[in-house]
Design a protein around this ligand. Structure first.
Ligand code: SF4
Length: 470
Protein backbone atom coordinates (compact mmCIF):
# COMPACT_ATOMS: atom_id res chain seq x y z
CA UNK A 1 0.00 0.00 0.00
CA UNK A 2 1.40 3.44 -0.92
CA UNK A 3 2.01 5.87 1.92
CA UNK A 4 -0.41 8.81 1.86
CA UNK A 5 1.24 12.06 0.84
CA UNK A 6 1.07 14.92 3.30
CA UNK A 7 -0.54 18.28 2.79
CA UNK A 8 0.11 21.36 4.93
CA UNK A 9 -2.19 24.36 4.42
CA UNK A 10 -1.47 27.60 6.25
CA UNK A 11 -4.46 29.90 6.29
CA UNK A 12 -4.12 33.67 6.67
CA UNK A 13 -6.95 36.13 7.30
CA UNK A 14 -10.68 35.67 7.44
CA UNK A 15 -13.12 32.78 7.84
CA UNK A 16 -13.56 32.67 4.07
CA UNK A 17 -9.93 31.57 3.83
CA UNK A 18 -10.30 29.03 6.64
CA UNK A 19 -13.26 27.54 4.75
CA UNK A 20 -11.35 27.58 1.44
CA UNK A 21 -8.34 25.89 3.07
CA UNK A 22 -10.57 23.08 4.31
CA UNK A 23 -12.10 22.66 0.89
CA UNK A 24 -8.59 22.48 -0.62
CA UNK A 25 -7.80 19.62 1.79
CA UNK A 26 -11.12 17.96 0.81
CA UNK A 27 -10.17 18.32 -2.87
CA UNK A 28 -6.80 16.65 -2.30
CA UNK A 29 -8.10 13.82 -0.07
CA UNK A 30 -9.26 11.65 -3.03
CA UNK A 31 -5.79 12.20 -4.54
CA UNK A 32 -4.21 10.43 -1.55
CA UNK A 33 -3.24 13.45 0.54
CA UNK A 34 -3.75 13.66 4.31
CA UNK A 35 -3.40 16.89 6.25
CA UNK A 36 -0.45 17.44 8.55
CA UNK A 37 0.12 20.19 11.10
CA UNK A 38 3.90 20.01 10.54
CA UNK A 39 5.03 21.92 7.45
CA UNK A 40 8.44 20.23 7.47
CA UNK A 41 6.78 16.79 6.91
CA UNK A 42 4.62 17.95 4.00
CA UNK A 43 4.91 16.94 0.34
CA UNK A 44 2.61 19.80 -0.65
CA UNK A 45 2.66 23.18 1.14
CA UNK A 46 -0.09 25.69 0.39
CA UNK A 47 -0.08 29.23 1.77
CA UNK A 48 -3.67 30.47 1.52
CA UNK A 49 -3.12 34.21 1.71
CA UNK A 50 -5.13 37.28 2.65
CA UNK A 51 -4.71 40.76 1.20
CA UNK A 52 -6.71 42.71 3.77
CA UNK A 53 -4.09 43.33 6.40
CA UNK A 54 -1.13 45.65 6.22
CA UNK A 55 1.95 44.50 4.28
CA UNK A 56 0.12 41.29 3.29
CA UNK A 57 2.42 40.54 0.35
CA UNK A 58 5.60 41.14 2.43
CA UNK A 59 4.36 38.70 5.07
CA UNK A 60 3.84 36.06 2.39
CA UNK A 61 7.34 36.57 1.00
CA UNK A 62 8.87 36.30 4.44
CA UNK A 63 6.89 33.08 5.07
CA UNK A 64 8.15 31.78 1.73
CA UNK A 65 11.70 32.35 2.99
CA UNK A 66 10.99 29.83 5.77
CA UNK A 67 9.34 27.45 3.30
CA UNK A 68 12.44 27.59 1.07
CA UNK A 69 14.61 26.35 3.95
CA UNK A 70 12.21 23.40 4.47
CA UNK A 71 12.09 22.60 0.76
CA UNK A 72 15.92 22.64 0.54
CA UNK A 73 16.19 20.35 3.58
CA UNK A 74 13.66 17.93 2.05
CA UNK A 75 15.53 17.99 -1.30
CA UNK A 76 18.79 17.17 0.51
CA UNK A 77 16.99 14.14 1.95
CA UNK A 78 15.79 13.13 -1.54
CA UNK A 79 12.18 14.30 -1.11
CA UNK A 80 10.39 16.70 -3.48
CA UNK A 81 8.12 19.31 -1.92
CA UNK A 82 5.63 21.27 -4.05
CA UNK A 83 4.93 24.82 -2.88
CA UNK A 84 1.74 26.68 -3.83
CA UNK A 85 0.46 30.17 -3.01
CA UNK A 86 -3.33 30.60 -3.04
CA UNK A 87 -5.87 33.22 -1.99
CA UNK A 88 -6.11 36.96 -2.45
CA UNK A 89 -2.37 37.81 -2.53
CA UNK A 90 -2.01 35.14 -5.24
CA UNK A 91 -4.87 36.75 -7.14
CA UNK A 92 -3.38 40.23 -6.81
CA UNK A 93 0.28 39.37 -7.47
CA UNK A 94 -0.07 36.47 -9.96
CA UNK A 95 3.17 35.42 -11.67
CA UNK A 96 5.13 38.12 -9.81
CA UNK A 97 5.20 35.73 -6.83
CA UNK A 98 7.15 33.12 -8.81
CA UNK A 99 9.54 35.78 -10.11
CA UNK A 100 10.26 37.06 -6.59
CA UNK A 101 10.16 33.67 -4.86
CA UNK A 102 11.40 30.89 -7.18
CA UNK A 103 10.63 28.35 -4.43
CA UNK A 104 6.97 28.63 -5.51
CA UNK A 105 5.74 26.05 -8.04
CA UNK A 106 2.10 27.07 -8.34
CA UNK A 107 0.05 30.26 -7.87
CA UNK A 108 -3.76 30.06 -7.93
CA UNK A 109 -6.58 32.43 -7.04
CA UNK A 110 -9.63 31.89 -4.80
CA UNK A 111 -11.79 30.84 -7.75
CA UNK A 112 -9.49 28.04 -8.93
CA UNK A 113 -8.92 25.73 -5.99
CA UNK A 114 -11.36 23.09 -7.22
CA UNK A 115 -8.84 22.58 -10.05
CA UNK A 116 -5.99 21.87 -7.67
CA UNK A 117 -5.32 18.24 -8.77
CA UNK A 118 -5.26 19.33 -12.43
CA UNK A 119 -3.03 22.33 -11.64
CA UNK A 120 -0.59 20.14 -9.71
CA UNK A 121 -0.48 17.66 -12.59
CA UNK A 122 0.26 20.56 -14.93
CA UNK A 123 3.03 21.76 -12.61
CA UNK A 124 4.59 18.27 -12.50
CA UNK A 125 4.43 18.01 -16.29
CA UNK A 126 5.27 21.51 -17.51
CA UNK A 127 6.94 23.25 -14.57
CA UNK A 128 5.60 26.28 -12.74
CA UNK A 129 1.96 27.31 -13.24
CA UNK A 130 -0.23 30.35 -12.54
CA UNK A 131 -4.07 30.29 -12.54
CA UNK A 132 -5.79 33.49 -11.46
CA UNK A 133 -8.76 33.32 -13.83
CA UNK A 134 -12.38 33.83 -12.79
CA UNK A 135 -13.69 30.62 -14.44
CA UNK A 136 -17.26 30.30 -15.65
CA UNK A 137 -17.75 26.92 -13.92
CA UNK A 138 -19.02 26.87 -10.34
CA UNK A 139 -16.14 25.69 -8.18
CA UNK A 140 -18.54 24.54 -5.47
CA UNK A 141 -20.06 22.04 -7.92
CA UNK A 142 -16.65 20.49 -8.51
CA UNK A 143 -15.57 20.19 -4.88
CA UNK A 144 -15.50 16.82 -3.15
CA UNK A 145 -17.64 16.61 0.02
CA UNK A 146 -15.50 15.85 3.06
CA UNK A 147 -16.02 12.46 4.70
CA UNK A 148 -17.93 12.24 8.00
CA UNK A 149 -14.63 11.40 9.74
CA UNK A 150 -12.93 14.53 8.30
CA UNK A 151 -15.88 16.69 9.38
CA UNK A 152 -15.85 15.26 12.92
CA UNK A 153 -12.09 15.83 13.19
CA UNK A 154 -12.70 19.55 12.52
CA UNK A 155 -15.15 19.93 15.38
CA UNK A 156 -18.79 20.72 16.03
CA UNK A 157 -18.86 24.14 14.34
CA UNK A 158 -18.46 24.67 10.61
CA UNK A 159 -18.42 27.45 8.06
CA UNK A 160 -20.47 27.25 4.90
CA UNK A 161 -19.82 29.73 2.11
CA UNK A 162 -23.08 31.10 0.70
CA UNK A 163 -21.79 34.07 -1.23
CA UNK A 164 -18.49 35.36 -2.56
CA UNK A 165 -17.18 38.62 -3.92
CA UNK A 166 -18.34 42.19 -3.55
CA UNK A 167 -19.78 44.95 -5.74
CA UNK A 168 -19.56 47.72 -3.16
CA UNK A 169 -16.08 49.07 -3.85
CA UNK A 170 -15.23 50.67 -0.53
CA UNK A 171 -12.29 52.87 -1.41
CA UNK A 172 -9.90 51.14 1.01
CA UNK A 173 -10.63 47.54 0.03
CA UNK A 174 -9.15 45.08 -2.48
CA UNK A 175 -11.85 42.43 -2.22
CA UNK A 176 -13.87 43.51 -5.30
CA UNK A 177 -10.63 43.17 -7.31
CA UNK A 178 -9.35 39.91 -5.80
CA UNK A 179 -12.62 38.04 -5.27
CA UNK A 180 -14.64 39.56 -8.11
CA UNK A 181 -18.31 40.49 -8.31
CA UNK A 182 -20.93 39.27 -5.82
CA UNK A 183 -22.05 35.72 -6.60
CA UNK A 184 -24.52 33.73 -4.48
CA UNK A 185 -24.65 29.94 -4.39
CA UNK A 186 -28.02 28.28 -5.09
CA UNK A 187 -29.93 27.65 -1.84
CA UNK A 188 -30.49 23.88 -2.43
CA UNK A 189 -26.73 23.30 -2.69
CA UNK A 190 -26.08 25.24 0.51
CA UNK A 191 -28.81 23.36 2.35
CA UNK A 192 -27.44 20.01 1.10
CA UNK A 193 -24.00 20.97 2.42
CA UNK A 194 -25.48 21.90 5.82
CA UNK A 195 -27.41 18.61 5.96
CA UNK A 196 -24.22 16.70 5.19
CA UNK A 197 -22.40 18.52 8.01
CA UNK A 198 -25.27 18.05 10.48
CA UNK A 199 -25.49 14.30 9.79
CA UNK A 200 -21.76 14.07 10.61
CA UNK A 201 -22.36 15.79 13.98
CA UNK A 202 -21.87 19.51 13.33
CA UNK A 203 -24.18 21.52 15.60
CA UNK A 204 -23.28 25.12 14.75
CA UNK A 205 -23.22 26.53 11.23
CA UNK A 206 -21.84 29.95 10.30
CA UNK A 207 -22.95 31.12 6.88
CA UNK A 208 -20.09 33.14 5.43
CA UNK A 209 -19.56 35.55 2.57
CA UNK A 210 -17.71 38.79 1.93
CA UNK A 211 -21.15 40.42 1.86
CA UNK A 212 -23.18 37.64 3.37
CA UNK A 213 -26.31 39.70 3.94
CA UNK A 214 -26.40 40.62 0.23
CA UNK A 215 -27.12 36.92 -0.41
CA UNK A 216 -29.57 36.40 -3.27
CA UNK A 217 -29.37 32.82 -4.50
CA UNK A 218 -31.71 30.67 -6.57
CA UNK A 219 -34.23 28.96 -4.30
CA UNK A 220 -35.71 25.47 -4.77
CA UNK A 221 -39.02 27.13 -5.73
CA UNK A 222 -37.49 28.98 -8.69
CA UNK A 223 -37.53 32.30 -6.82
CA UNK A 224 -34.61 34.29 -5.50
CA UNK A 225 -33.96 33.57 -1.84
CA UNK A 226 -32.43 36.13 0.47
CA UNK A 227 -30.45 35.51 3.65
CA UNK A 228 -33.43 35.56 6.08
CA UNK A 229 -35.18 32.86 4.08
CA UNK A 230 -32.02 30.78 3.86
CA UNK A 231 -31.46 31.08 7.62
CA UNK A 232 -35.05 30.10 8.39
CA UNK A 233 -34.78 26.98 6.23
CA UNK A 234 -31.33 26.04 7.58
CA UNK A 235 -32.73 26.23 11.12
CA UNK A 236 -35.16 23.41 10.24
CA UNK A 237 -32.37 20.96 9.41
CA UNK A 238 -32.17 18.20 12.03
CA UNK A 239 -29.21 18.61 14.33
CA UNK A 240 -28.55 22.29 13.59
CA UNK A 241 -28.71 23.89 17.01
CA UNK A 242 -27.01 27.18 16.27
CA UNK A 243 -26.72 29.53 13.33
CA UNK A 244 -24.59 32.60 12.70
CA UNK A 245 -23.70 34.66 9.64
CA UNK A 246 -20.79 36.90 8.79
CA UNK A 247 -19.67 39.38 7.43
CA UNK A 248 -22.47 41.87 6.90
CA UNK A 249 -22.69 45.33 5.38
CA UNK A 250 -25.02 47.87 7.04
CA UNK A 251 -26.60 48.68 3.66
CA UNK A 252 -28.04 45.16 3.38
CA UNK A 253 -29.40 45.02 6.94
CA UNK A 254 -33.09 45.13 6.01
CA UNK A 255 -36.31 44.60 8.00
CA UNK A 256 -36.64 40.91 7.05
CA UNK A 257 -33.15 40.16 8.26
CA UNK A 258 -33.68 42.11 11.48
CA UNK A 259 -36.90 40.14 12.02
CA UNK A 260 -35.12 36.75 11.93
CA UNK A 261 -33.06 37.90 14.91
CA UNK A 262 -36.39 38.12 16.75
CA UNK A 263 -38.04 35.02 15.31
CA UNK A 264 -35.29 32.43 15.00
CA UNK A 265 -34.06 31.03 18.31
CA UNK A 266 -31.28 29.11 16.52
CA UNK A 267 -29.77 32.41 15.34
CA UNK A 268 -27.25 33.34 18.02
CA UNK A 269 -27.62 36.77 19.65
CA UNK A 270 -24.33 38.05 18.31
CA UNK A 271 -23.68 40.04 15.16
CA UNK A 272 -20.52 41.38 13.54
CA UNK A 273 -21.53 44.55 11.70
CA UNK A 274 -18.57 46.59 10.41
CA UNK A 275 -19.02 50.37 10.49
CA UNK A 276 -15.38 51.45 9.87
CA UNK A 277 -15.85 55.09 11.02
CA UNK A 278 -18.26 57.24 13.00
CA UNK A 279 -17.77 60.30 10.79
CA UNK A 280 -20.16 60.92 7.89
CA UNK A 281 -17.44 62.76 6.00
CA UNK A 282 -15.11 59.76 6.23
CA UNK A 283 -17.90 57.24 5.55
CA UNK A 284 -18.62 59.14 2.32
CA UNK A 285 -14.91 59.18 1.39
CA UNK A 286 -14.83 55.43 2.06
CA UNK A 287 -17.81 55.01 -0.34
CA UNK A 288 -19.73 53.14 2.36
CA UNK A 289 -23.17 54.38 1.21
CA UNK A 290 -24.46 54.69 4.77
CA UNK A 291 -24.27 57.37 7.42
CA UNK A 292 -23.59 57.27 11.13
CA UNK A 293 -27.33 57.84 11.73
CA UNK A 294 -28.19 54.89 9.44
CA UNK A 295 -25.89 52.64 11.45
CA UNK A 296 -27.26 53.76 14.80
CA UNK A 297 -30.79 53.24 13.54
CA UNK A 298 -29.96 49.67 12.45
CA UNK A 299 -28.49 48.98 15.90
CA UNK A 300 -31.62 50.37 17.56
CA UNK A 301 -33.92 48.20 15.44
CA UNK A 302 -31.76 45.10 15.98
CA UNK A 303 -31.84 45.57 19.74
CA UNK A 304 -35.56 46.15 19.65
CA UNK A 305 -35.90 42.82 17.83
CA UNK A 306 -33.41 40.96 20.04
CA UNK A 307 -32.69 42.76 23.32
CA UNK A 308 -29.84 40.40 24.27
CA UNK A 309 -27.98 40.99 20.98
CA UNK A 310 -24.25 41.74 21.32
CA UNK A 311 -22.54 43.64 18.53
CA UNK A 312 -18.97 43.67 17.28
CA UNK A 313 -17.54 45.80 14.52
CA UNK A 314 -14.50 46.73 12.39
CA UNK A 315 -12.85 50.15 12.46
CA UNK A 316 -10.24 51.77 10.26
CA UNK A 317 -8.45 54.73 11.82
CA UNK A 318 -6.45 57.30 9.91
CA UNK A 319 -8.27 57.00 6.59
CA UNK A 320 -7.03 59.78 4.25
CA UNK A 321 -8.39 63.13 5.39
CA UNK A 322 -9.46 61.92 8.86
CA UNK A 323 -9.19 64.84 11.27
CA UNK A 324 -9.17 64.75 15.06
CA UNK A 325 -12.81 65.79 14.95
CA UNK A 326 -13.69 62.88 12.59
CA UNK A 327 -11.91 60.52 14.94
CA UNK A 328 -13.84 61.96 17.89
CA UNK A 329 -17.02 61.01 15.98
CA UNK A 330 -15.76 57.41 15.83
CA UNK A 331 -15.12 57.39 19.58
CA UNK A 332 -18.56 58.80 20.23
CA UNK A 333 -20.21 56.15 18.00
CA UNK A 334 -18.39 53.44 19.96
CA UNK A 335 -19.69 54.97 23.19
CA UNK A 336 -23.22 55.23 21.76
CA UNK A 337 -23.40 51.62 20.57
CA UNK A 338 -21.48 49.78 23.29
CA UNK A 339 -19.77 46.87 21.54
CA UNK A 340 -18.92 43.50 23.08
CA UNK A 341 -15.62 43.61 21.18
CA UNK A 342 -14.28 44.91 17.86
CA UNK A 343 -11.38 44.80 15.45
CA UNK A 344 -9.55 48.03 14.70
CA UNK A 345 -6.71 48.75 12.31
CA UNK A 346 -4.65 51.63 11.00
CA UNK A 347 -5.51 52.52 7.42
CA UNK A 348 -2.88 51.23 5.02
CA UNK A 349 -2.74 51.84 1.30
CA UNK A 350 -3.76 48.97 -0.97
CA UNK A 351 -2.31 49.35 -4.46
CA UNK A 352 -5.07 49.73 -7.06
CA UNK A 353 -7.68 51.08 -4.64
CA UNK A 354 -8.89 54.72 -4.78
CA UNK A 355 -7.85 55.30 -1.15
CA UNK A 356 -4.20 54.66 -2.04
CA UNK A 357 -4.28 57.61 -4.47
CA UNK A 358 -6.01 60.06 -2.13
CA UNK A 359 -4.21 63.20 -0.98
CA UNK A 360 -3.96 64.04 2.70
CA UNK A 361 -2.78 60.64 3.93
CA UNK A 362 -2.63 60.70 7.72
CA UNK A 363 0.88 60.49 9.26
CA UNK A 364 1.79 57.12 10.76
CA UNK A 365 2.35 58.46 14.29
CA UNK A 366 -1.10 60.08 14.31
CA UNK A 367 -2.70 56.82 13.15
CA UNK A 368 -0.87 54.86 15.86
CA UNK A 369 -1.92 57.25 18.60
CA UNK A 370 -5.59 57.20 17.49
CA UNK A 371 -5.59 53.42 17.18
CA UNK A 372 -4.29 53.08 20.74
CA UNK A 373 -7.03 55.36 22.07
CA UNK A 374 -9.73 53.46 20.18
CA UNK A 375 -8.42 50.06 21.26
CA UNK A 376 -8.36 51.16 24.90
CA UNK A 377 -12.06 52.05 24.70
CA UNK A 378 -12.94 48.81 22.89
CA UNK A 379 -10.99 46.73 25.43
CA UNK A 380 -12.86 48.40 28.30
CA UNK A 381 -16.20 47.73 26.61
CA UNK A 382 -15.25 44.08 26.10
CA UNK A 383 -14.28 43.70 29.76
CA UNK A 384 -17.55 45.32 30.83
CA UNK A 385 -19.49 43.00 28.56
CA UNK A 386 -17.71 39.88 29.82
CA UNK A 387 -18.20 40.89 33.45
CA UNK A 388 -21.89 41.46 32.75
CA UNK A 389 -22.19 37.78 31.79
CA UNK A 390 -21.40 36.65 35.35
CA UNK A 391 -24.49 35.21 37.05
CA UNK A 392 -26.25 34.51 33.75
CA UNK A 393 -27.24 31.11 32.44
CA UNK A 394 -25.99 30.37 28.93
CA UNK A 395 -26.49 27.44 26.63
CA UNK A 396 -22.95 26.32 25.83
CA UNK A 397 -21.96 24.22 22.82
CA UNK A 398 -19.17 21.93 24.02
CA UNK A 399 -16.32 21.52 21.56
CA UNK A 400 -13.32 19.71 23.02
CA UNK A 401 -11.50 18.51 26.14
CA UNK A 402 -10.15 21.29 28.36
CA UNK A 403 -6.58 21.80 29.52
CA UNK A 404 -7.30 20.22 32.91
CA UNK A 405 -8.41 16.70 33.72
CA UNK A 406 -12.20 16.34 33.91
CA UNK A 407 -12.73 19.62 32.07
CA UNK A 408 -14.32 20.33 28.69
CA UNK A 409 -14.51 23.61 26.79
CA UNK A 410 -17.41 25.08 24.88
CA UNK A 411 -18.56 28.39 23.45
CA UNK A 412 -21.20 30.69 24.82
CA UNK A 413 -23.79 32.21 22.46
CA UNK A 414 -21.35 35.17 22.29
CA UNK A 415 -18.42 32.92 21.30
CA UNK A 416 -16.54 33.31 24.58
CA UNK A 417 -14.69 30.10 25.55
CA UNK A 418 -16.36 28.43 28.57
CA UNK A 419 -14.31 25.74 30.36
CA UNK A 420 -16.33 23.67 32.87
CA UNK A 421 -15.94 20.46 34.84
CA UNK A 422 -18.15 18.06 32.89
CA UNK A 423 -18.03 14.61 31.26
CA UNK A 424 -16.46 14.21 27.80
CA UNK A 425 -19.77 12.74 26.62
CA UNK A 426 -21.13 16.30 26.47
CA UNK A 427 -18.72 17.22 23.64
CA UNK A 428 -20.86 18.00 20.60
CA UNK A 429 -23.87 18.82 22.75
CA UNK A 430 -25.49 22.02 23.98
CA UNK A 431 -25.98 22.28 27.74
CA UNK A 432 -26.80 25.09 30.16
CA UNK A 433 -24.07 26.63 32.30
CA UNK A 434 -24.27 29.22 35.07
CA UNK A 435 -21.44 31.72 34.56
CA UNK A 436 -19.52 32.32 37.77
CA UNK A 437 -16.50 34.36 36.68
CA UNK A 438 -15.02 36.25 33.72
CA UNK A 439 -11.28 35.74 33.22
CA UNK A 440 -9.89 37.63 30.25
CA UNK A 441 -12.15 36.68 27.36
CA UNK A 442 -13.11 33.33 28.93
CA UNK A 443 -16.09 32.65 31.15
CA UNK A 444 -15.87 30.13 33.95
CA UNK A 445 -19.04 28.36 34.96
CA UNK A 446 -20.90 25.44 36.46
CA UNK A 447 -22.90 22.95 34.48
CA UNK A 448 -26.65 22.93 35.14
CA UNK A 449 -27.95 19.40 35.18
CA UNK A 450 -30.77 19.29 32.66
CA UNK A 451 -31.33 17.49 29.36
CA UNK A 452 -29.89 18.98 26.22
CA UNK A 453 -32.06 21.47 24.38
CA UNK A 454 -33.21 20.16 21.05
CA UNK A 455 -33.31 22.49 18.07
CA UNK A 456 -37.13 22.36 18.11
CA UNK A 457 -37.46 23.87 21.57
CA UNK A 458 -37.24 27.58 22.14
CA UNK A 459 -34.37 28.60 24.39
CA UNK A 460 -34.92 31.00 27.19
CA UNK A 461 -34.14 34.56 26.22
CA UNK A 462 -31.68 36.12 28.58
CA UNK A 463 -32.44 39.65 29.64
CA UNK A 464 -30.37 42.31 27.91
CA UNK A 465 -26.71 42.01 28.70
CA UNK A 466 -24.93 45.03 29.94
CA UNK A 467 -24.06 46.37 26.54
CA UNK A 468 -23.56 50.07 27.20
CA UNK A 469 -26.12 52.04 25.25
CA UNK A 470 -28.58 49.15 25.02
S1 SF4 B 1 -18.22 45.90 1.49
FE1 SF4 B 1 -16.40 47.20 1.30
S2 SF4 B 1 -15.01 46.36 2.87
FE2 SF4 B 1 -16.56 44.80 2.54
S3 SF4 B 1 -15.67 43.45 0.96
FE3 SF4 B 1 -16.91 44.98 -0.12
S4 SF4 B 1 -15.51 46.60 -0.69
FE4 SF4 B 1 -14.49 45.37 0.92
Amino acid sequence: MTEPRKLYVKSFGCQMNVYDSRRMADTMAPEGYVETAAAEDADLIILNTCHIRERAAEKVYSELGRVRVMKDAAAAAGRNVVVAVAGCVAQAEGGEIIRRAPVVDLVFGPQSYHRLPELLARTARDGKAVDTEFPADDKFDQLAQPSAAAIRARGVSAFVTVQEGCDKFCTFCVVPYTRGAEVSRPAPKILAEIEHLAVAGVREITLIGQNVNAYHGDGPDGRTWTLPRLLARAAQIDGVGRLRYTTSHPRDMNDDLIAVHRDLPELMPQLHLPVQSGSDRILAAMNRHHTRADYLDIVRRLRQARPDLALTSDFIVGFPGETESDFAETLSLVADVGFSGSFSFKYSRRPGTPGAEMDDQVPEDVKSERLQRLQDVIDRQQETFNRSCVGKRFDVLFEKPGRHKGQIVGRSPYLQPVPVAAPQSLIGKIAPVIITEAVGNSLLGTLVQRPERTPETTPEREPALLCAGA
